[in-house]
Structures are given as C-alpha cells and as structure tokens.
Design a protein around this ligand. Structure first.
Ligand code: FES
Length: 151
C-alpha cells in the first residue's frame, strides 16, 4: 500500500527556479510513426491509465497514458527515485486528489501534465512520450530512442 507523503499543495513551489529537473521527452521528427493507443473516450481525467509497452533506449519498458485537464499525457512507467514501476494498483497513478501522479513505493509526486517532480524523493522528471489525439483516437509517437515492440 502506498504511503502518501504529507505535503499540502500550498507547500509545493512550482516556480521554474524551484524545479531543477525537467521531464525529458525524446526528440521528435515528423517522420516518426504515430501508433494508435486507444479511443480518446477511454481516457478520463483523473481515471485509470492506459498501459502500453515501448522500447526505450533499447530496453522494453512499460508506459502509461492518462488524461489530465482534458489532454492526454504519457510517460514511461519508471520512477526517477528508483527505477521501479509506479502504479499502486494496476493502472492507478493518480493520488486521492486526482491532481498528482504518485509513486507507490516511496510517494514521489509528479505533475500529470509535464511529468516534473512535484515532491517526495523523485530525482528529475518522468520520461515523457508524445501523444496526439485525432479522429477520436489517441496515438503515441515513436522517436529516435523510443520504438514500438516488434514481434
Ligand atoms: S521508487 Fe518511486 S518514490 Fe521511491
């Protein structure tokens, strides 16, 4: 069971000067394929994540997509404190407020829209995966170091 950190939202400083880390997104090229992930209606603000697998820097990794403030976002499912998957139950990443992504192991908090560390023991931001939503479908974008699994 996740141990929730005792942060109040007002104690967190999100000014740029306070954020020494930034979520890293693989560089994109127009030719990078967009891979259908799910129907947009399957992603609900504050709801369960959509899991998927990617090959990041040559390693197979779990990833997840969530909707926050109406926009789909996706990240590698890998905490920056210790490289562990973060969900406390399958596909559960939001804390009780629905405003933060929380790592189940030690309670690191991340901003859902950027992946930046928002509190707790995180060391940098989550690895962001570019998404796009059109024709009612959410797609994830490959990049030079982010590929689809091949079977
Ligand atoms: S592994 Fe995520 S907070 Fe420690």
């Amino acid at each position: 069971m996740a141990q929730y950190p005792r942060f109040s939202q007002t104690s967190l400083d999100f000014s740029d000067s306070a954020v020494s880390d930034t979520a890293s997104a693989p560089a994109l090229a127009d030719t990078d394929p967009k891979i259908p992930l799910c129907n947009g209606a399957d992603m609900v603000d504050g709801g369960d994540a959509i899991p998927f697998d990617v090959v990041y820097a040559g390693q197979t990794c779990r990833a997840f997509a969530i909707r926050f403030d109406g926009k789909p976002q996706a990240y590698l499912n890998r905490c920056t404190h210790v490289a562990m998957e973060m969900d406390y139950q399958p596909n559960k990443f939001y804390d009780l407020t629905g405003q933060w992504l929380i790592c189940a192991t030690h309670g690191a908090l991340y901003q859902p829209d950027t992946g930046r560390c928002a509190g707790g023991p995180c060391r940098g931001g989550l690895v962001k995966i570019q998404l796009s939503e059109f024709d009612g479908v959410v797609h994830w974008h490959t990049a030079y170091n982010l590929k689809a699994l091949s079977f």
